[in-house]
Design a protein around this ligand. Structure first.
Ligand SMILES: [Zn+2]
Length: 136
């Protein structure tokens, strides 16, 4: 077998970020099961889970990339690389929210850890969806 150089953390993170995370997939699957119909990666800036008819935009924010207050820790190595990068992510999130709001979207951002909790607790998920005007 060919030996591969181990991936650096940033390479691993880049790969994780590039495609749908397991959390996103299972969130969307659960919404589908609850009878909700939506578009994924919709519009510009791209909305993770969009309900165009109701103008509700759900953004699923990974705890690491988007700097969750509980889990958004900056890696100890290469801080000079990570700090500005993660700061830019947060700024971009804020800007995207503003742009989407200007386009008339009601923007709901949820942390990965909250999504995971809601996936384990359907009552909580339903409450979130009701509060977002998606379920009655
Ligand atoms: Zn978190």
């Amino acid at each position: 077998m060919k030996k591969h150089r181990p991936l650096t953390r940033s390479e691993i993170m880049a790969r994780i970020r590039a495609k749908d995370t397991a959390m996103e997939v299972s969130f969307r699957r659960t919404l589908w099961r609850l009878g909700l119909r939506f578009r994924k990666h919709y519009g510009r800036p791209s909305i993770d889970v969009a309900f165009p008819g109701r103008r509700v935009a759900i953004m699923l924010d990974g705890c690491f990339w988007h700097g969750c207050p509980k889990h958004g820790t900056i890696p100890k190595t290469r801080r000079e690389y990570w700090m500005p990068k993660l700061k830019r992510n947060k700024e971009r999130d804020g800007l995207q929210t503003k742009i989407l709001q200007q386009q008339g979207w009601r923007v709901q951002r949820i942390w990965e850890c909250e999504v995971k909790r809601m996936l384990k607790n359907e009552g909580e998920l339903r409450a979130f969806l009701e509060q977002s005007g998606l379920l009655q």
